[in-house]
Design a protein around this ligand. Structure first.
Ligand SMILES: Nc1nc2c(ncn2[C@@H]2O[C@H](COP(=O)(O)OP(=O)(O)OP(=O)(O)O)[C@@H](O)[C@H]2O)c(=O)[nH]1
Ligand SMILES: [Zn+2]
Length: 298
């Protein structure tokens, strides 16, 4: 048996990258019946049996670390949250929404990437320093001038990364700068998304420098409804030291007296911007859940 990683699934074939190279595999018939609900998806690590004709059979699905659902991809190690310094402007609330979704997804490393630094005029109000203090690395780049691209490349090495972020911030342009071969693979996908067919898409892992880059848009705001309101504080890393320190448990950190998180905001250990984003996103999650429930009853 050989271990490998599924980098692409197509019809009933799975392309598995092993130390000896790429092997086209089928699933063991019996395996199909007891597979996990989502089945074997790109990113999954599997054990395969090699056949004399050079193809393989997937015998076993190895345990997963995390799973993005739309489109399905497993075992990501890093998300590059991509925004633009201008056109479109970077708004803290939008950044915070993406940060929450990224924390919720269980992907271990989260990097903030600000593209189009060339477009920025005048003093760059670097509110992102607060985010670096929280522990999120920030990479400032320009796909146009090439500024910062080496730093981005070094972050991608050996990781399984996904680029997520709003439309038009320059994700495709950045991939093209990192390595033109990546855009050849993702360009047509972007077209499909624009035509609104992304729900039926499957993700593909593109090998890059000892790791992979995955051609999915990451996550969308629709997924807000799936978040647990009581888990939300946990997705703000700088709130975590205050877990269990509030007078009430659970505490929503909004109206309750004796709230340790609100005290930390007063002492400026938590920024007002992040606390406001927390309150706003809490409302959004509640509203998304009410909408989802209404639809269920219809
Ligand atoms: N000035 C400047 N423009 C850029 C830069 N990067 C990308 N652009 C432009 O921004 C626009 C959007 O770039 P894309 O790479 O298509 O953005 P995207 O994030 O892939 O967009 P979607 O496919 O909609 O998700 C294009 O017109 C690019 O030429 C940059 O660093 N500086
Ligand atoms: Zn509290």
């Amino acid at each position: 048996m050989v271990e490998g990683r599924v980098i692409k699934a197509y019809n009933s074939f799975f392309y598995v990258m092993t130390e000896a190279g790429l092997v086209s595999c089928k699933l063991r018939g019996k395996f199909k019946k007891r597979r996990q609900s989502t089945g074997v998806v790109p990113g999954d690590r599997v054990a395969i049996e090699l056949l004399p004709d050079g193809t393989g059979v997937i015998e076993q699905q190895l345990p997963r670390v995390n799973l993005l659902r739309r489109p399905a991809v497993a075992n990501l190690t890093q998300v590059i949250l991509t925004f633009a310094a201008a056109a479109p402007d970077l708004h803290p609330l939008l950044l915070n929404r993406f940060l929450v979704l990224a924390e919720w997804s269980g992907i271990p490393k989260i990097v903030i990437c600000v593209n189009k630094m060339d477009l920025h005029e005048g003093p760059w109000q670097d509110f992102l320093r607060d985010y670096e203090t929280i522990g999120y690395p920030v990479v400032r780049v320009s796909a146009q001038t090439g500024q910062g691209i080496d730093v981005l490349r070094s972050r991608l090495r050996g990781e399984v990364s996904v680029f997520a972020g709003p439309s038009g911030v320059g994700k495709s342009s950045l991939l093209n700068q990192v390595n033109p071969a990546l855009t050849l693979a993702t360009g047509h996908v972007s077209e499909k998304i624009k035509r609104g067919r992304h729900t039926t898409r499957v993700a593909e892992l593109l090998p890059y420098e000892g790791g992979y880059i995955v051609d999915t848009p990451g996550f969308s705001a629709m997924e807000m409804a799936e978040l647990q309101v009581t888990d939300l504080p946990h997705y703000f890393p700088e709130f975590r030291p205050y877990e269990g320190a509030c007078r009430f448990s659970p505490c929503s950190h909004t109206h309750e007296p004796g709230c340790a998180v609100k005290a930390a905001v007063e002492e400026r250990s938590i920024t007002r911007e992040r606390y406001d984003a927390y309150e706003q996103i809490l409302q959004e999650v509640k509203e998304a859940q009410m909408l989802a429930r209404k639809k269920e009853y219809k």
